[in-house]
Design a protein around this ligand. Sequence first.
Ligand code: G6Q
Length: 553
Amino acid sequence: MSLIKNNNPTQTKSWKELDQHFNEIKEQSLIDLFKKESNRLAYLSFDEGNFYFDFSKNHLTKKTLSLFASLANEMGLIEAKKTLFEGQKINKTEDRAVLHTALRNLKNKPIILDGESLMPLVFAELYKMKDFSTKLREGQHLGYTSKRIENIVNIGIGGSDLGPKMVCEALKPYWVKGITPHFISNVDASHIDPLLQKLNPETTLFIIASKTFTTQETMTNAMTARNWFIKHASEKEIAKHFVAVSTNSQKVSEFGIDLQNMFKFWDWVGGRYSLWSSIGLSIVCTIGYDHFIDLLKGAEKMDEHFLNSPLESNAPTLMAFIGIWYNNFFKTQTQAILPYDQRLAYFSKYLQQADMESNGKSTDRNGDKIKYETGQIIWGEPGTNGQHAFYQLIHQGTKIIPCDFIAAALPAHNKTDHHDKLVANFIAQTEALMKGKDILTIKSELGQKNISNEEIKALLPFKVFEGNRPTSTLLMDKLTPENLGSLIALYEHKIFVQGFIWNVFSFDQWGVELGKQLADNILTEIKTGDLQESHDFSTQKIIKKYLSHKNKF
Ligand code: G6Q
C-alpha cells in the first residue's frame, strides 16, 4: 500500500523555517505578543458548533500558523485525511483500514472496504443495540427470576473499557432510570470482588467486551463473573445475563455465550477508537439509544469540520500544530488536559490511552528509527482539584506544561453558585498562567501586611510568578451527548494529524501486544515454578521472591 509521501518532517523546508521562526519567537513572552497584536483573537479564536476555541494564550503568531500550514501541505495532510475517511489500509503493520469515522457516518455515505459495503453492517449492529437496550429498559429482557436488569457490568480493559467508562460518567445526567453501569478492568480481584459482593445475580447483566476475546484480564474477570453467577443460577440461564462484544465469534462461542447474544465489530475499528461501535453497548444501555445517536452525531459533525474547514479555523488541526510546536520546538514533553467538569473525571485518562498508544512510537513509516520527538505525555485531572495539587509545578516549576482548559458554560444542575465559582477558577487560571504575578504587585500586597522591608525582600523571589505559561481554552455551551461526541472526535483527529506529521503509524500498538505476551510467559513460570534461564538476574530474583512469599501461604 502506498503512503502519501513518506517524509521525515524535520527534513522539510517548512520545518527548517519553523526552526528559525522558533529562535525569533522564543524570547517573546505571551504578554509581549498580546501587546503587539491587539487583534490576536481575530485569528486565534473562533466558534465552531457549540464550542468556542481560544488559542491566543499560546506562543503563536500568524507566521507560526502559516509555516505549519506549509508543513501540512508539504507532508500531504489533505490527501492523508482522505485516506483515513475512505478506508485505505493506513494501519500498515496490521494491514487494516482505520474506519472509526464510518461508525458515526449517520448520513450514510457509502464506504467500501475490500469490495464490501460497510454501512449496512454498521447500521445492522446499531439496530441490534437499539433493540437490546430497549428490551432492557422496557423490561422485556428480564433476568432468570423474571426481575428487571438493574446493573450492567462491562468487563473489558484498555480500549474496551476506558471509552465507555468515560462516556457513561460524563453523561450521568442522561442515565436511564433504573439501570446503573459498572466497569471492571483490572485483573486484580480487588476490582471485581467488592462489586460482586454487592450485586444481585438476578438483576445483573455482564457485557464481556473484548475485540480479540483472548485478553488475559478480561477473560479472567469474565470467568470469575461466570463462576459467581452459576453459584446462584443454572448454566442455562447464562444467556439472559451474559452478552459479548467482540470481533471473534469463535472465542465467544467457546466461552459459552450464544452467538445471538454477541454484538459484532470489525478489525478496522481500533480498540482505543471503538466506543462508537458495539463496544459502546454499555453506553447505549446506560443513556439510551437516542442519546447514543446524539453522541455519534456530535462526532460526525467534528469529522465534517475536520475534513472540510480551512486550516486556520480547523480546531483539531490547529491543536495538533500547537502540540507539535511545543513538543518539537519548545521541547516541552508533556501536555495537561484540565477539564473543569467533574463529569469529565476520566477524560484525561481516556485521552492518555488514545494519544500515547497512538503516537508513542519511535519508528517511522519507512521502518527507520526516529531522531526527533513524537508522542507527548498526556495527563491531567479535573479542575479545581488539580489546583490544590499539581498546579504549583505548572505555575512555578522549571518545566513548561501546555494545558488544555475545557469547560461547559451551562451545568446540568441548578447550583449556580457552585458553577460560577468553578468557571471563575477556570478563567482565572488561564489568565494567571499567562500573566503571572510581578514584583510590584507582590510588594504592594506584602506592604499591607505588618512585616519589615527586609522580610519583604527575602520573600519576594518565592512569591514571583513569571507567567508566560501557555494554555488553550475550549468552552462548550453544555456537556451534552452531542458535544461530548464532538469533543472526543476533536482529540481523535488531533492525534491523527500529529501522527501523520511525525510520520508514525498511529493505529497499531505493538507495545501493548508485548505486555500481553510477556505476562503470559511469566505466568506459566509462576504456575509451574519452572523458571527460565533466559531472564536477567534482577527479574529471576523478583520471580523467586514472589514464589517464596506465595509458598508461605
Ligand atoms: C487499544 C489497544 C488495547 C486494547 C486492550 C483490550 O487500542 O489495542 O488497549 O483495547 O488491550 O483488548 P481486547 O479488546 O482485545 O480485549
